[in-house]
Design a protein around this ligand. Structure first.
Ligand code: ACO
Length: 376
């Protein structure tokens, strides 16, 4: 009997949320092409689309935004927990801790489509408040709830960065929120579904998803990719670095490769354009030029294996240009993906959910007699 290493090609649910054509590099949310959504929709509209199945009317959008804004207010004990963490703590760990803490008030939570949707909007609001405050805490600022504004992206940015956000920055944040919003069932979403399949609550399921997102093979790749560009230092050093580290030492090129895409990730192309448009400082431009040179070298080396840059390759450069430190990148990814997690959890609970309980094929020792340890 074969096992599926890395759960490759294992289907765990039907979904009406996201479809990926990995050969052609096409991503759709509920049938809409990601390129169209990024061009013509806002994050709030797309979040509604994912949760409810259709784009909202203006009235539905207003009601949804009001529910999200209620979640901007965090319980005091959550703010205290965030404040008590080390200032240098990774923002993603702060996020995971805050959500694990909020699960404490959810032990009697019962699933139903109505409670799911109400909870989902509140959680999307809480997520922005927690991640913004994780950044404020790392800067030594007092924590504060998000203030409602014309957009989720603006409310988040202005609280997180403690300043007015320019329209260009708000647009980059809004598009990044849409691009990372959902991606079918990668490791993090699968972890959320495993947790919710046991009838665990939404906050605990999200904490499980965050834990799975953290690693450099998944959400942590944006940080690793950016650090890799910074370590190389400049475009002229790319060839020598690549030959030594990737060709000779066989290290992985971070921000390259994907389980599903066997060509360019469509999100990467959008992030590349956004990064190119927003980068202003010389230091950021140097990183961008280094990344572009490395992209060329990487595709030349790995294109034949169908390994191409993924969404995390350029996203960090865009986030950095907006003003975020490197250790916020994974938390920013998690903030976007929280909507995808809750949409998948809701969808799973609206089907006929069963507990996820796979098997392991035993290949240890055969039956043997026990000699108690004390007789050795
Ligand atoms: N650098 C160099 N070679 C690579 C890379 C890479 N980044 N990615 C895949 N390959 C090679 C593998 O060595 C393997 O070669 P082989 O067939 O000669 O042994 C082949 O391509 C297939 O790769 P697998 O590791 O089997 O692919 P898998 O689907 O298991 O892993 C993963 C996908 C984890 C994303 C992998 O490509 C990787 O580690 N990439 C770097 C980390 C990264 O950027 N992660 C972000 C993913 S996107 C996201 O989570 C948002």
């Amino acid at each position: 009997m074969d096992i599926s290493s890395g759960l490759e090609d294992v289907y765990i649910k039907h979904t009406g949320l996201t479809s990926i054509d990995g050969e052609k590099g096409i991503l759709r949310y509920r049938g809409y092409n990601i390129n169209d959504l990024v061009e013509h929709s806002t994050f709030e509209e797309v979040a509604y689309l994912m949760l409810y199945g259709e784009l909202p009317t203006s009235e539905q959008l207003r009601t949804f935004k009001n529910s999200v804004e209620k979640g901007y207010l965090l319980p005091d004990y959550v703010k205290q927990i965030i404040s008590s963490m080390p200032r240098e703590a990774e923002a993603l760990s702060v996020y995971m801790t805050a959500f694990a803490a909020m699960s404490a008030s959810e032990s009697n939570f019962k699933w139903s489509p109505q409670t799911d949707k109400a909870k989902a909007a509140e959680i999307i609001g809480h997520a922005a408040s927690v991640v913004a405050n994780a950044n404020r805490h790392s800067m030594g600022l007092q924590l504060r709830d998000l203030a409602p504004s014309d957009s989720y992206a603006r409310s988040f940015l202005e609280a997180a960065l403690d300043r007015k956000a320019e329209q260009g920055e708000v647009r980059v944040m809004d598009r990044a929120l849409i691009l990372y919003l959902d991606h079918e069932v990668p490791a993090s979403t699968t972890a959320a579904l495993v947790a919710c399949s046991t009838l665990s609550d939404m906050y605990s399921s999200i904490a499980a998803a965050i834990a799975a997102l953290k690693g450099p093979l998944h959400g942590g790749a944006a940080e690793s990719a950016y650090t890799q560009f910074a370590r190389i230092g400049s475009p002229e050093k790319v060839d020598a670095w690549f030959n030594e580290n990737i060709v000779e030492k066989k290290q992985k090129l971070m921000g390259f490769g994907h389980r599903v895409y066997k060509t360019y990730d469509p999100r990467m192309k959008i992030f590349k354009k956004m990064a190119t448009d927003i980068v202003k400082r010389d230091e950021d431009r140097n990183i961008l030029l280094t990344a572009e040179k490395l992209e060329e070298r990487g595709v030349e080396q790995f294109g034949a294996k169908h390994v191409y840059p993924n969404t995390d390759y350029y996203s960090g450069i865009a986030y950095r240009a907006v003003g975020f430190p490197v250790n916020m990148f994974t938390a920013l990814f998690a903030l976007s993906r929280t909507t995808g997690w809750v949409a998948h959890i809701s969808e799973y609970n609206e089907s006929e959910p069963r507990i996820m309980r796979p098997r392991a094929l035993y290949k240890g020792p055969g039956p043997r007699d026990l000699a108690p340890v004390s007789h050795h």
